[in-house]
Design a protein around this ligand. Structure first.
Ligand code: SF4
Ligand code: FES
Length: 216
């Protein structure tokens, strides 16, 4: 398969799209206990192998937004009721919810609901993760010290702006989970480190300046 392409898998009731630029090979799709995706099969994805509900459910497992679908009855994916950020051990930040990532290309529909964002500073596809943290040897075990001001509601639009050479500015209701799964921080405004150098991860502590972080 060629790079930088969106691959379409057609079904009678629902089509599946896989965006190679976003896939970080977590395998939530292939591990699903059905034959929607099968490694080594051509085509890899056959929507008509399972029910439409299963297609939707498996695509919505994809943490990077690489998988999306077009339901031919016109009903679209809906955001999760809660905006949530899961810090991944030595890895990215998984965001789910009603995501509005500034500058996200129109042809990446999955990232309106699910996205894996770079925390190490090494991705070549910023602000998205491309698994460069593995080669970079990024280390952060995902503990979160602060608890935040709290929340009155859990959903609604979550705006994410990648500041050039700086953090991810996030505005909207957000619950952050430590890598342990613990609900750690809740609030409506924060700046999250994407350079890999903060001593107070996942938050920015301005270390990007000393580190000379360049986002381009
Ligand atoms: S679940 Fe998404 S990110 Fe993971 S391997 Fe499948 S398509 Fe790639
Ligand atoms: S972006 Fe990493 S410390 Fe600010």
């Amino acid at each position: 398969m060629s790079e930088n392409k969106i691959h379409a898998f057609e079904g009678n009731e629902i089509d599946v799209h896989w965006d190679q630029r976003l896939c970080i090979h977590i395998g939530e799709c292939g591990q699903a206990d059905n034959s929607l995706f099968e490694g080594g099969r051509e085509p890899w994805c056959v929507p008509d192998q399972v029910s439409k509900a299963e297609v939707r459910e498996v695509c919505e497992r994809c943490p990077s937004g690489a998988l999306s679908y077009i339901d031919k009855d016109g009903s679209a994916e809906q955001p999760a009721a809660e905006n949530s950020g899961q810090v991944v051990y030595n890895g990215p930040l998984y965001l789910t919810g009603e995501l509005d990532i500034e500058g996200a290309p129109e042809d990446m529909p999955g990232v309106r609901f699910r996205a894996a964002l770079c925390r190490c500073g090494a991705s070549k596809n910023k602000p998205f993760c491309d698994n460069s943290h593995i080669e970079a040897g990024f280390e952060d075990f995902g503990a979160i010290g602060k608890s935040g001001p709290g929340l009155e509601a859990s959903g609604g639009p979550l705006k994410i702006k990648a500041i050039p050479d700086g953090p991810l500015k996030v505005e909207g209701n957000l619950t952050l989970r430590a890598a342990s799964g613990r609900i750690a921080w809740q609030g409506t405004k924060t700046a999250l480190c994407r350079c890999g150098a903060s001593k107070n991860k996942p938050f920015c502590d301005a270390s990007h300046r000393e580190a000379g972080f360049k986002s381009d």
